[in-house]
Each structure stands twice: as C-alpha cells, then as structure tokens.
Ligand binder design. Structure first.
Ligand code: ATP
Ligand code: MG
Length: 297
C-alpha cells in the first residue's frame, strides 16, 4: 500500500480546525490525472446467493478528487452501499480496479484493507453504531486503541474531536443518555479522530429530524472546507444532497447521472433560519432525538 495514506496523518490537525489542508500537507498524487483520490475503473460486484447471481454493480467508473463533497443518490437496491463498501475497503470488487491515492487496492488482502481503513477512512452510518454502556469519550478513543496510540494521546485527541462536533461537555455521557443527533455527532467524532483523508457516510441523516440533519451536514461542510477532507454521503433526500458540490445518481448498478450542484446550500446559513428546539427538549432527547434507531439499550 502506498505510504502516502499513512503520511496523511497529522496529530495536530484535529486540535486546530483551521489547520492547513491535507492536500497541502501531502506529496503529489500518483493517479492518471495526477489528482484523483479515488478512481474506480469498470467495477463490477456480483453476490452469489446460492444458485442466483446478484449483479449489484455493473461496470462503475468514476473519479473523486481530494476535497470534493459528493452525494450518492438512487433507488433502494441500486448499488450505493455496495459501492461505498468497496471505496471503504470493506469489500473487494468482483471485477475491475480501484485506485486509492494512486495505488490499486482491488487485490489487497484483508489485513491490508483493514490497515488502510484504520489509517485513512472514517465511517459514519445511519444507526450510529456506538458501543453501548461506553462513554462518548471512550467510543471516540476506540479507533486510536486499534491504531496503537498511547493512552495520553488518545484522550487528548478524543477530547479535541468531541469539541469539534460541539459536545465537549458530554464526554462522560453514555449513548443512551444522548439524543439521536448527539449520538451521530459522537459517531462523527469517532470517524474523525484518526484524521482520515476520506469520510464515508451511508445515510447519516436517515434517522434524524430536519434540524439535527442540517447540524450534521454543517459539520461535514466545515470539515470539507477547513481541512479539505473528502466527503462521500449516501442519501435518499434531495435536500441533503444539495449540501454536496457533486451528485452521482445510481440506477441498477450503474451511474445514471453525475453532475455539479448549482446553488449549493450552506448548512450554517440554513441553521440560522431554522427554529432551535428548547433546552428541555434537548435534555430529554425529545423532538430532536426521538426518531433515532441508535444504540438505545
Ligand atoms: N451481502 C449481499 N449478499 C447478496 N446480495 C447483496 C448483498 N449486499 C447487497 N446485495 C444486493 O445488491 C444489490 C445492491 O444493494 P445495495 O445495498 O448496494 O443497495 P443500496 O443502493 O444501498 O440500497 P438502499 O438504498 O436500500 O440502502 C441489491 O439487489 C441487494 O439485494
Ligand atoms: Mg444502502
């Protein structure tokens, strides 16, 4: 695996939100166009279900550059999560090549993929996937434990990440003491704590109400802008997709449309227009948190 991925890690990046972008901190990239962070070349994915073959992806080719904010849309079953799993090094394509920072990772073995994931990719899911009965801070520390970071550094970085999502005062809260939006923000901090170059979010606002969804998108937009973090978000909601600068639409395992977003929405501005819930509601996880599936025990 290309060592550029590992060299993208900068301890100080988390503690300084306006730190120089990763792009400027990294050596030039090796892809064909010299710029692509991700390049998929005629990717196919076929799942074998007994005697039946399910063609989830049917020849997907695309490039995503560092610093892009991409929304993936399309009907249920069109292959969105399958593609995210491949981009996130959770799964291999059946056919085709996947270049991440110029290196072909299509054939990297499981251990190698795990290494790339730990160092370079942060994941956010619809259902938050926090560990129950484990504090917000400890949840965020988990990826650092896997990465072998000593305890002192772990705590400092986890606190910085929690501060970055606006939850510095909730470090001892358990997931079931947090609203859905707060749980998703903890999950976001956990995705960020390893200072990845890429964030993959599969329907991150699917369980959240309107205001909380915009709050999550505001964090994504801020990280994308301030750190040049590349963000890929799967969503069924056109409103959410318009916080991205590019929308890719899937259908039947193929890309149907790929276009730039005109009049991109600014989540910070939208938030200012939206009514804020009362503190009481936030305390008991009322309207802002009542829709979540989450990790309630
Ligand atoms: N592990 C699997 N084994 C077998 N078939 C699978 C597997 N994962 C996905 N599929 C099939 O692959 C196709 C694409 O699924 P995928 O999960 O990528 O769709 P999606 O676009 O994410 O849908 P949704 O919007 O419902 O999340 C579907 O037909 C699905 O049933
Ligand atoms: Mg899906």
């Amino acid at each position: 695996m290309n060592t550029q991925l590992a060299s993208a890690k900068h301890d100080s990046d988390l503690t300084t939100p306006s730190a120089p972008s990763l792009q400027s901190a990294q050596p030039p990239l090796l892809c064909e166009d010299g710029n692509a962070l991700i390049r998929l070349d005629r990717i196919h994915k076929v799942y074998q279900m007994g005697d039946v073959e399910v063609h989830a992806l049917r020849g997907v080719s695309l490039e995503i550059h560092r610093g892009e904010f991409v929304a993936i849309m399309g009907p249920s079953g069109s292959g969105k999560s399958t593609m995210m799993n491949i981009i996130g090094c959770l799964d291999h394509p059946t056919k085709g090549h996947y270049f991440l920072e110029g290196s072909d990772v299509s054939r990297v073995d499981k251990a190698g993929l795990a290494d790339i994931r730990n160092k370079s990719i942060g994941f956010v899911f619809q259902s938050f996937n926090l560990v129950p009965r484990t504090s917000a801070l400890e949840n965020i520390e988990l990826p650092l434990i896997y990465a072998g970071i000593p305890a002192g550094g772990r705590m400092r970085r986890a606190r910085a990440a929690l501060g970055e999502v606006g939850l510095a005062d909730r470090e001892h809260s358990m997931p079931n003491q947090l609203s859905g939006g707060q749980q998703q923000r903890v999950a976001l901090a956990r995705a960020l704590v390893n200072n990845p170059s890429l964030i993959l979010a599969d329907e991150p606002t699917g369980s959240l109400d309107t205001r909380t969804s915009v709050e999550v998108m505001e964090i994504f937009q801020r990280l994308n802008r301030n750190r040049n973090l590349t963000v890929i978000v799967v969503t069924h909601e056109p409103d959410i997709a318009h916080y991205a600068n590019r929308i890719i639409q899937f259908r039947d395992g193929r890309i149907r449309r790929d276009f730039s977003v005109e009049n991109r929405k600014d989540a910070g501005e939208v938030l200012m227009e939206l009514p804020r819930e009362t503190e009481d509601e936030e305390e008991w996880g009322g309207p802002a948190g009542s829709k979540e599936a989450g990790t309630k025990e």
